[in-house]
Design a protein around this ligand. Structure first.
Ligand SMILES: *Cc1c(COP(=O)(O)O)cnc(C)c1O
Length: 368
């Protein structure tokens, strides 16, 4: 079965092999060397001063940034399930927050965020997704971050880049914390969260430090010495090192341009089948299609054509399907998926099959 969900993504065979060795102890020079090399590569990928690795899923990193980077009040941006989550984390800790809420197909905009900041002196951190995976949309994070910093230079800008890091080059100039996770564009098994930090974020953390397991002050101190506060997720970090070295060999830019091309070609092919791309501003990480028959199409792909794509969540559970573009997806995998969608549309009597999806996809992908 082809795993083409926007997380988890398949782990390439050479990376699985790299993780198949015996367990090594985390307090050894051998592991510290691996940790150091991984840290260096991560700093390059994130383009940030420091990067922390936490043994948790991505949500652990979201929680850690809420705890450690927001002292007075948070502004959360909610265009879907993951934006909503930042608010839920604030609620769980009794932290004050206000939320800018949008429809799931609608990205936030600079003016709304600027107004919210101007009208509330107590907001000291904003939390936003780069790609909101619930609807596959792209928020204008860089522009928001830039304008917000002009008004309040000390504000912490926290960007959830779990479906953006490793997908596209992110301008981190005005971003203080950039979150990622192992199971999306980095093509590793789930269980490792990453947080890129700016110099200002490091200062806030070093002067504060909140929580116990998710206390970033403790982690920062240890990880600067190439070790972790608690037992490191050694196997995942070994895999991450292998993956980063593999991607680095061809250059991270190659990964970004391949992903973008495949994403655009897929979206064009879907539109040629009269399917509707859901978000107003689609991200490169995935193609989200709004369709009344989404659940049925997905079922046909799963049972007949061996493709597992994701559905939607909550109110768009049965009316959305989402195709992953993150990581090293082979063109023939994307092409087969599009062909299968076209065949499914024929099967449910929507559109006779004529091979249009693959014709458009191939033309877009190879026409330069
Ligand atoms: C997958 C994802 C997360 C994290 O989810 P976990 O299940 O905790 O790893 C957070 N934000 C976005 C945008 C995601 O796509």
């Amino acid at each position: 079965m082809l795993l083409l969900t926007p997380g988890p993504t398949p782990v390439p065979e050479d990376i699985r092999m790299a993780m198949s060795g015996p367990t090594i102890h985390h307090r050894t020079p051998e592991f510290e060397e691996i940790f150091e090399k991984t840290r260096e590569l991560l700093k390059e990928l994130f383009d940030m001063e420091e990067v922390l690795m936490l043994a948790s899923s991505g949500t652990g990193a979201m929680e850690a940034t809420v705890l450690n980077l927001c002292k007075t009040k948070a502004l959360t941006i909610n265009s879907g399930k993951f934006g909503e989550r930042f608010g839920k984390i604030c609620e769980a800790y009794g932290k004050e927050y206000s939320e800018l809420k949008y429809d799931w197909d609608t990205p936030s905009n600079v003016a709304d965020v600027v107004n919210a900041i101007k009208n509330d002196e107590s907001i000291d951190a904003i939390f936003i997704q780069i790609c909101e995976s619930a609807g596959g949309l792209r928020h204008p994070v860089e522009q928001i971050a830039k304008e917000v910093k002009k008004i309040r230079p000390n504000i912490m800008v926290v960007a959830d880049g779990i479906t953006a890091v490793g997908v596209e080059k992110i301008d981190t100039t005005n971003i203080d914390a950039l979150i990622s996770g192992s199971q999306k564009a980095l093509m590793l098994p789930p269980g490792l969260a990453l947080i890129g930090l700016s110099g200002s974020a490091m200062k806030v953390i070093e002067e504060g430090g909140v929580g116990y397991y998710l206390n970033l002050k403790t982690e920062l101190k240890k990880q600067k010495q190439n070790t972790t506060a608690y037992t490191a997720a050694t196997t995942l970090i070994i895999g991450l090192k292998a993956m980063l070295e593999k991607l680095h060999e061809d250059g991270f830019d190659k990964l970004y341009s391949d992903t973008k091309k495949r994403s655009l070609a897929t979206k064009k092919a879907l539109e040629a089948l009269d399917l509707k791309i859901f978000p107003k501003v689609p991200a490169d990480a995935m193609s989200a299609v709004y369709d009344e028959d989404a659940a049925q199409i997905r079922k046909i792909l799963k049972t007949k054509y061996d493709v597992n794509m994701a559905g939607g969540q909550d109110h768009v559970k049965t009316t959305l399907f989402r195709i992953n573009h993150m990581g090293l997806v082979a063109p023939y995998e994307a092409a087969w998926t599009l062909n299968a969608i076209e065949m499914a549309l024929d099967e449910i009597g929507r559109r006779p099959y004529d091979g249009a999806a693959n014709a458009i996809f191939s033309k877009e992908l190879y026409n330069d």
